[in-house]
Design a protein around this ligand. Sequence first.
Ligand code: CP
Length: 308
Amino acid sequence: MRHLRTMDDVTDKEIFQLIEEALELQQGKSWKATEQKFVANLFYESSTRTKCSFEMAERKLGLSVLPFEVSTSSVNKGESLYDTARTLEALGVKALVIRHPEDEFFLQLSSLNLAIINGGDGCGNHPTQSLLDLMTIYQEYGKFDGVQITIIGDIRHSRVARSNRAVLTRLGATVTFVAPPEWRDFSYDDEAYITMDEAINTSDVIMLLRIQHERHEAKNKSIERYHQQYGLTIEREKQMKTNSIIMHPAPINRGVEIATELVECQRSRIFKQMENGLYMRMAVLKRALSNHEGGVFDDNSTEEWKMA
Ligand code: CP
């Protein structure tokens, strides 16, 4: 893996290696850059989790994070994504983490000699969200084969749904959807869609999605009606299978896709997903930079961790 643009950039073997490395990092393993390496985070869309966890991951790995805010950059003077990325490459930046509203923005950057890590492209892909979701599911079930996952909500505009459906199916999980008719993605078969009752009664993982208002032309949904029809209500949570879990990539619209009282309930892994995101992003950065640059990181773990 030299880039992480979509989940097609990682083999099944690499996915399991990344999960193992992220779990080790979570347990106390430490990797540090052996020389100064600059990275930059280019967020053309809003973000809290992805941006902050990448920046923390970079600092924990001893990387030099170049401050870059789209709002105060020459993007405001009309500079293109390619010219911005080419400029940073010319300065010596070795990896770019990019979130951009354009689907597959990374195709225009294929000639650049630095690692491209996709922090979310339009309605296309969100590969590090998929990897942290895989880590969370793996921590729970120790496998993917046979695990039943239902993704609920705004499937059509969700890069999380697209990335997760592809990779989870590849790894042997069964992925179904629940969505209002206008938010279905018709590239999936009709059989992929089930009812809310079926989802609640059969799923090991209920994965809820935020309504992506910013990608809708019309805002015509009643929040209360949506919550009753497609939200995880307190009554529905009681009907879930004994050991099933709740996931959500966040940000959360409390009281819309999930009742406020359930956000931190015993089944919820929502904040665990966020914690896992830090360690998974460290593992992704380490692998991408090492594959571009050779031996960039040293094991900097404490003796206690090495002995454990
Ligand atoms: N899950 C996710 O991508 O959150 P942010 O938009 O806050 O990065």
